[in-house]
Design a protein around this ligand. Structure first.
Ligand code: DC
Length: 243
């Protein structure tokens, strides 16, 4: 299988819900809602692995662009979906992505890739291939926080802890703009376009807990996710333990 997932041995101390628990936490939501930072933070606190499924769609998109493939040609994209070897690291402290052995962790965040990735992610053969890889990563190696658009609905519908993370559009755009150094207005236009293109692949599971992060700090969002996971695992929250 064209995939591997590594968790470095120095990932950190295991907590009560740690990676040998097999716990799956699914985090879905639109772009800019803060999924990556919240998922990584929760994974670190819970001692779980971390999977950024968006990075896999980005990796394939980078590889296609590098070869001059027209990403609007769904037939060509679908035919090449399984051609590159995509590997991801699942250490939440230092996630990485490689294509055919080349580290592309940074370049998958460029504007070119961001503008093209929705078209690639909409191709059914791409989804079938990457979802199979994602399920394999989730199933092997212990508990995990997996983030994306369809984790709670399609990739891991049996995940016992599901979060749907949202934020108001203007807030999402201003957070993204702070990262990319573009104007919030231009970012919001791009974001609306991507949201529309990603809608068919995105979903909130009926049993997901919705968190609106508009007026929450990152630490508050992480705390809610950690608490949900601990409640499921029957581990009291540290504040409750100390009483
Ligand atoms: O979260 P992100 O911006 O890195 O995602 C990149 C693209 O991949 C975006 O267009 C949505 C898509 N995606 C998807 O279709 N399914 C997922 N599970 C994750 C991301």
């Amino acid at each position: 299988m064209n995939v591997s997932a590594d968790l470095d041995s120095d990932t950190g101390e295991e907590s009560e819900t740690g990676s040998d628990s097999g716990l799956i936490v699914a985090v879905d939501g639109p772009s800019g809602a803060g999924k990556s930072s919240a998922s990584r933070g929760a994974a670190i606190e819970l001692g779980l692995r971390y999977l950024d499924t968006g990075s896999m769609y980005r990796a394939l998109t980078w590889w296609l662009l590098d070869r001059g493939v027209e990403v609007s040609d769904a037939g060509a994209v679908g035919a090449l979906a399984a051609a590159p070897r995509i590997e991801v690291g699942t250490d939440p402290r230092a996630p990485w992505v490689r294509v055919d052995g080349t580290d592309i962790t940074s370049v998958i965040r460029t504007r070119e890739v961001t503008d093209a990735v929705s078209a690639v992610a909409a191709v059914p053969r791409v989804r079938a291939h990457l979802i199979a890889q994602q399920r394999d990563i989730i199933a092997h190696g212990g508990g995990i926080v997996a983030e994306g658009r369809d984790i709670g609905t399609v990739v891991a519908p049996d995940a016992p802890v599901k979060v749907y993370l949202t934020a108001e559009g203007a807030e999402r755009a201003s957070r993204r703009a702070a990262e990319t150094h573009r104007s919030p207005a231009a970012t919001e236009i791009d974001q609306d376009r991507r949201d529309r293109l990603d809608t068919a692949q995105s979903g909130k599971a009926a049993d997901a807990v919705e968190i609106d992060s508009t007026r929450l700090s990152l630490d508050q969002v992480i705390d809610i996710i950690v608490q949900l996971a601990r409640e499921y695992s029957g581990v009291p929250h540290p504040r409750q333990q100390s009483r």
